[in-house]
Design a protein around this ligand. Sequence first.
Ligand code: MF3
Ligand code: CO
Length: 235
Amino acid sequence: MREAGAALKEVFGVVAPLVAPGITTMELNAEIERKIFSLGATAPCKGYEGYPAAACISIDDVVVHGIPSLRRLAEGEIVSVDIVLKLNGFCADATRTYAVGRVSDEKQRLIDVTRRCFYNGISRIRAGARLGDAQHAIQMTAELAGYGVVRAMTGHGIGREMHEDPTVENYGRPGTGPVLKAGMCLAVEPMITMGTWKVKIDSDGWTCRTVDGLPAAHYENTVLVTADGCEILTE
Ligand code: MF3
Ligand code: CO
């Protein structure tokens, strides 16, 4: 799992400098695929239930599962790049939301708070804690900042498969949910909206966007539960 995580970090090293006005999301995905395969890894998303690409690239009001296309990134947009790779039989999953050029203070705050949701969430993770402790911390961080927490999409356990038990919601009550054990790996991935948390799926069957058209941000890492905390494998 650590090796898969390290490989995924390398892939994001290629992504960050490419995010700029003018690149198409398909070009960005092609570079991501090239890097994944050059590392000897595979891309579990490609072909998953018919999904056509290695990466999900989601602009502004698209929360998750944006399909790479001829759409060009434009100054002032925010774009989430969500990538899963599999190396030597183990999966890693991570997402970053980038500002394209200069963005509004409002959008930058959404990106920053979403990242903080992740960190506040994982600060509650350790062997013996309950998953609801972390989920609650994510929800409180988002809602106290005035943002929405997407319900329709969740994080998940991860290992030999990209999606394993347990489901990791971004909301919950302390002291509830499964008891965490050292050695478990979780993809913790707050998906946070500037307005309503309600989402709809486009007719392509994938693209998930906010119903009010306001932007969303997403931040995700694969984390390993340890006796006294957790280790982030993808950052
Ligand atoms: N990273 C996404 C997740 O955490 C995976 C989406 S892959 C797709 O669930 F194939 F479903 F697009
Ligand atoms: Co995930």
